[in-house]
Design a protein around this ligand. Structure first.
Ligand code: 5U1
Length: 676
């Protein structure tokens, strides 16, 4: 018995709704409905499909997950070879590339040549083949000519469309791109694997490649994979536009996810600017990249340029300095931090990585040291990504020498000799010396004077260590009693530097409450929390007097933070230090406490934040809106009152314009907040 026509129609309608919401959520990052509503649609479709299995189709959104494991990977021949890219490791190499391109094309106006530029993701290259708009095959790059059939796995990636949107796509369309694991997903995945005693991945690239090479698609489905497509391969029964950038736009319209950072740039100057812009933002992107790619934008030019062996002459990858290198562990020592955390640190043969020379790398904690089995003498992979502290990723077992030395957990603090204890359920061991420990005192001071805290210029680590080890400074309050003569007694400190430092200490006395709270170094209180506390309470005495339940009324303050704040101010010693700081002249403007949410002027108003705000972080903006009684959500809808749009605002801005929602820039938001 076949399904009634009404059921078949309902199934079609549910599928197109689910596809639409999938696209909004996974591709545009702009969900229109809550997750629960989406789940309801999927469940309804699943129910109908189980009642009428004859209606199940391969491209139904229910068919992503749950396929049977395959016994082995089939091999496939790529219809058109999957090429690799030539690399440029320097500006000179990029200029050579540009010169070769313009010479071959015979154009002397190289300055006006357009390139399609985008980040080069650190993932796994794949080919996706669509027939009549349906995904029929997914393959790895392999050696470029022959790849592995991973259709069962690519189908599980939510951002891979199973069927395309619209009706103007070619009958045969092969699309190429990079499957990657966003950093947040990678970290969460590894955390979970660690907890369960399972194997972790070394980096997001290995995680993506490893996930695609699973025989069981149910395992791949559990991995937080994503994709950006970057080119087309075989195209039959249809046409694509004459510029690479337009092809990417078209792919976006058919339902593929294309990198939002892509841009058309002009000439070598445009390329270099793109490289430095992306390089600057590299650490704030949600995924790992290892450079940027430029492609001559006009396809007729690409055709004229052709190929050399396996790489096109019309494209190049401009690489960032490597973030991982090999080196040898000379020793393993223990460092004591501001909160007493005792961290194993590998002392390394100096190595140039991530743009600087690295000779120390963290091993995080003893569990990590044991898990990675790092020993003195081992060759290790060191990673330095952006401003993040360099870390030992893993050892290279094949290079382990016959004689290595294992290092055990210290029972006494290497600096003050106090006991080192590890609380139950804590990964880190801590020195119990508190402010008796010179290392903890020095680290607390370094934090206190740091740029985003009290911002005292000219007081570097070496000076602080001298001041602490000679006992001239025991608490931050002692800083404000320093004299010029005392400073001039220190190594490498002349009269002029001493004067400058005293001036800088004097200047720092005029600060703000968020900075002061942050500078105190309360555990779990970072800049955002300090800001929240300051805007909620307005005055320091109010923060100091709040109990744990009251503290939890502050946006983003949960039980752990509340108990840390309470414990800090309950400590008589800390109150004395604060008292002395205030007596020394440290001061900040205080304000009235923020109104309770039902009293705030923004009460009842819903905001959505999008794009990059220049003067304040999104987090800070959110805290301040909430402190004024407003609500901040992630989705633009007819219930939104204001969209705050920063730089590079994307689809949320368009949607807000379509819904005629009031749009504020940062200055207007600031005004709205300060009028409260
Ligand atoms: N972003 C990007 N990555 N990537 C890798 N574009 C790009 N293009 C590639 C490769 C291998 O090859 C082109 C020749 C299509």
């Amino acid at each position: 018995m076949s399904a009634p026509a009404a059921i078949s129609k309902k199934v079609d309608s549910l599928r197109s709704q689910i596809r639409h919401h999938n696209y909004q959520y996974h591709v545009l990052d702009d969900p229109e409905i809550p997750d629960a509503e989406y789940d309801r649609l999927v469940r309804e479709l699943q129910k109908l499909e189980s009642e009428y299995p004859e209606l199940i189709t391969q491209d139904s959104p229910t068919q992503r997950v749950g396929g049977e494991p395959v016994k082995s990977f089939g091999t496939i021949q790529h219809l058109i070879p999957m090429l690799s890219l030539e690399n440029a490791f320097s500006e000179d190499e990029l200029r050579d590339f540009h010169r070769r391109v313009t010479d071959r094309l015979g154009i002397d106006k190289g300055a006006e040549l357009s390139y399609a530029a985008e980040p080069k993701l650190d993932g796994a290259a794949v080919s996706l083949l669509y027939q009549d708009g349906k995904l029929v095959r997914g393959a790895t790059r392999g050696d470029g000519t022959t790849g592995e059939d991973i259709t069962h796995n690519v189908r599980t990636i939510d951002a891979v469309p199973l069927s395309l949107i619209g009706n103007d796509f070619p009958t045969t369309l092969e699309v190429r791109g990079e499957v990657f694991m966003p950093r947040a997903g990678f970290n969460a995945f590894n955390e979970k694997a660690k907890k369960n005693g399972e194997k972790t991945f070394v980096n997001p690239r290995n995680a993506a490649a490893g996930s695609l090479r699973q025989l069981d698609p149910r395992l791949t489905a559990e991995r937080p994979l994503d994709i950006y497509v970057y080119s087309v391969g075989q195209v039959d029964g249809g046409v694509v536009p004459p510029r690479h950038s337009e092809i990417l736009d078209r792919l976006g319209g058919w339902g593929f996810k294309v990198c939002p950072e892509r841009k058309v740039v002009t000439g070598i100057d445009g390329c270099l600017k793109f490289y430095s812009d992306i390089g600057r933002r590299r650490d704030s992107l949600a995924y790992d990249i290892d450079g940027v790619v430029y492609k001559v934008n006009r396809l007729d030019y690409q055709e004229r340029l052709g190929f050399v062996s396996r790489a096109p002459r019309w494209a190049i990858a401009h690489k960032f300095p490597a973030q991982e290198e090999l080196t040898v562990v000379r020793d393993i020592e223990f460092q004591v931090g501001r909160t007493g955390a005792v961290t194993p640190v590998a002392r390394l043969e100096p190595v140039f990585v991530g743009g600087v020379t690295v000779s120390n790398a963290t091993l995080h904690n003893m569990d990590e040291l044991h898990r990675k089995d790092v020993r003195v003498g081992d060759t290790v992979i060191v990673r330095r990504a952006g401003d993040v502290i360099p870390e030992v990723v893993k050892i290279v077992p094949e290079r382990r020498p016959k004689r290595t030395r294992k290092v055990g957990a210290p029972t006494k603090c290497p600096v003050c000799g106090s006991a080192v204890v590890r609380e139950k359920d804590e990964a880190v061991a801590r020195c119990t010396g508190g402010l008796f420990c010179a290392a903890q005192r020095a680290e607390a001071l370094k934090h206190f004077v740091s740029r985003r805290a009290m911002d005292i210029d000219g007081l570097g680590s070496k000076l602080i260590e001298q001041l602490v080890s000679t006992d001239r400074i025991r608490t931050p309050a002692d800083l404000f009693d320093l004299t010029k003569d005392e400073l001039m007694d220190l190594e490498r400190m002349g009269a002029k530097s001493a004067e400058n430092l005293l001036e800088s200490i004097e200047r720092s006395k005029h600060t703000t409450l968020p900075r002061f709270l942050y500078a105190l170094g309360i555990r779990e209180v970072g800049e955002a929390t300090a800001s929240s506390l300051a805007s909620h309470y307005g005055k320091l005495v109010a923060v100091m007097g709040a109990n744990e339940a009251e503290l939890q009324e502050v946006p983003d303050v949960g039980p752990v933070v509340a108990s840390r704040v309470r414990a800090f101010f309950a400590e008589i010693h800390n109150r004395e230090v604060i008292q002395r700081l205030v007596e020394s002249g440290v001061t900040w403007p205080e304000s009235e406490p923020a109104p309770k949410s039902e009293e705030g002027k923004l009460h009842g108003k819903t905001f959505v934040l999008t794009g990059t705000l220049g003067g304040m972080s999104r987090h800070e903006a959110k805290d301040r809106i909430q402190a004024a009684g407003g609500k901040v959500t992630g989705t633009v809808s007819k219930n939104t009152d204001f969209l705050v749009a920063g730089d590079k605002a994307g689809s949320k801005l368009t949607k807000a314009q379509n819904l005629e929602i009031a749009i504020l820039n940062e200055v207007q938001l600031e005004k709205l907040l300060s009028d409260q």
